[in-house]
Design a protein around this ligand. Structure first.
Ligand code: GDP
Ligand code: IMO
Ligand code: MG
Length: 425
């Protein structure tokens, strides 16, 4: 499979980092295609945890070239800190290529993200406050600065002056905040960050195509997920990019026919961070147990994740939106102690049954999940290394998910470690 996409099928944190790391063994290049440091991808290797935000998860292998694609928004301070932290752990980060066309997150983006959330009050989205939305908004508004601008101080200053003139009015007149100084920002970006990043900045589009042309294998690592997608997610409770598989093309420069495999990833239940509709959300004892057993606190922001039963209605929609060729199910082990487990197989609202999410968000807010209840397995799965070893109730649960979603399940996670997965036959 020369170009394979890993895409989240829920609301994020499905284990994309772990799956990317797993698949990267057989790849040559791993490309992040959207998002920024709102992502938190955790990988556990020999008991040591790595929490990646911007750097592609393949970085841990010496044979992989990690690429930050044009669709990503890059905060250079965060990127440099992440590279330093990886180097301190002995990871060689010298192969990283950063697309010159990726957009920069500027200090005013982060500040406006925070201020806007405060301004929205009870209507706040619960963003990660990393400046993601404002940076993508500037890209669409055509006043963004790009990574390549770090290499041309004159252009950088010109663009910064244009952008900052408007941002300073917004900061001072609307939000009553002090204006930012272009000279201070330019000093940090041009004198501090640019010299350190310069050798990594390049033509990512040319490089991914050359790699493919030379028989290389590419993995495209999504951040966030299908239902956080700007177009297909639960708008406005979404991120500002396109995590769906189509975004892997726009965000990397590959064409649709270059994609040969699209691996969806889903937890054996479901979680969400931040506000927005959540049909199968669980409160009370079962919810607490899922949070506790699944360590459901953000890799990045530390926020407690909302939890619920597996939602096959969403998974079916994700299969369509992404053209999934297979699905990886993670965290099956988190359900190990349950007497029974539920799967939402349809929604109901006003006497109508939905096999796919209703297009109108007002209906989605009102739906009642229709559940199928399956027996639990009450067995510790974490040490199993082959699918055959799984108790029959666990295999029945996986088979039920496969049948109700209609996509082959190729990997099942039984623990956070790199080796903790099994493959159904
Ligand atoms: P991502 O954002 O999709 O990469 O996911 P995160 O890293 O934010 O969250 C997934 C969490 O689940 C991480 O802490 C992983 O170490 C952990 N994880 C991944 N797969 C499994 C699994 O099969 N079992 C368990 N127990 N944990 C897993
Ligand atoms: P990974 O890649 C889970 C959520 C935020 C918020 C919404 C918008 O680790 O799966 P943003 O800061 O992007 O403008 O916030 O999206 N969100 C995530 N939730 N995992 C993520 O990334 C997320 N990235 C953003 O919580 O609801
Ligand atoms: Mg995450």
């Amino acid at each position: 499979m020369p170009a394979t996409v890993v895409v989240g099928t829920q609301w994020g944190d499905e284990g994309k980092g772990k799956l990317t790391d797993l698949l990267a063994r057989d790849m040559d290049m791993v490309v992040r295609y959207q998002g920024g440091h709102n992502a938190g991808h955790r990988i556990v290797v020999d008991g040591e945890a790595f929490a990646l935000q911007l750097v592609p998860s393949g970085v841990l292998y010496p044979h992989i070239t990690p690429v930050i694609g044009n669709g990503v928004v890059v905060d250079p301070a965060v990127l440099l800190a992440e590279l330093d932290a990886l180097s301190a752990k002995g990871v060689d980060v010298s192969r990283l290529l950063v697309s010159g066309n990726a957009h920069l997150i500027m200090p005013y983006h982060q500040e406006l993200d925070r201020l806007n959330e405060r301004f929205l009050g009870k209507n706040a989205l619960g963003t990660t406050k990393r400046g993601i939305g404002p940076a993508y908004a500037d890209k669409a508004w055509r006043v963004g600065l790009r990574v390549q601008d770090l290499l041309d101080p004159k252009i950088f200053r010109q663009k910064l002056d244009v952008a900052l003139a408007e941002k300073n009015l917004l900061l001072s007149k609307v939000y009553n905040r002090p204006a930012l100084k272009a000279a201070d920002i330019a000093a940090r970006y041009l004198d501090e960050y640019a010299p350190r990043l310069a050798s990594m900045i390049g033509d990512s589009v040319g490089t991914v195509h050359e790699t493919l042309a030379n028989g290389g294998r590419l993995l495209l690592e999504g951040a966030q997920a299908t239902f956080l997608d700007l177009d297909h997610g639960t708008y406005p409770f979404v991120t500002s990019s396109n995590p769906v598989a189509g975004g892997a093309c726009t965000g990397s420069g590959l064409g649709p026919r270059d994609l040969t495999g699209i691996v969806g990833i889903a937890k054996a239940y479901i979680t969400r961070v931040g506000a927005g509709p959540f049909p199968t959300e669980l409160h009370g004892e079962i919810g607490d147990l899922l949070v506790d057993r699944g360590h459901e606190y953000g890799t990045n922001t530390g926020r407690r994740r909302r939890v619920g039963w597996f939602d096959a209605v969403m998974a079916r929609q994700a299969a369509r939106l992404n053209s999934l060729t297979e699905i990886a199910i993670t965290k099956l082990d988190v359900l190990d102690t349950f007497d029974e487990v539920k799967v939402c197989v349809a929604y109901e609202a006003d006497g109508v049954r939905y096999a796919h999410p209703p297009y109108h968000q007002s209906v989605l807010h009102e739906v009642t999940p229709v559940y199928e209840t399956l027996p639990g397995w009450r067995t510790d799965l974490s040490a199993f290394t082959t699918y055959d070893q799984l108790p029959s109730a666990a295999k029945d649960y996986v088979a039920f998910l496969e049948q109700t979603i209609g996509v082959r399940i190729s990997v099942v996670g039984v623990g956070p470690g790199r080796e903790q997965f099994v493959r159904p036959a």
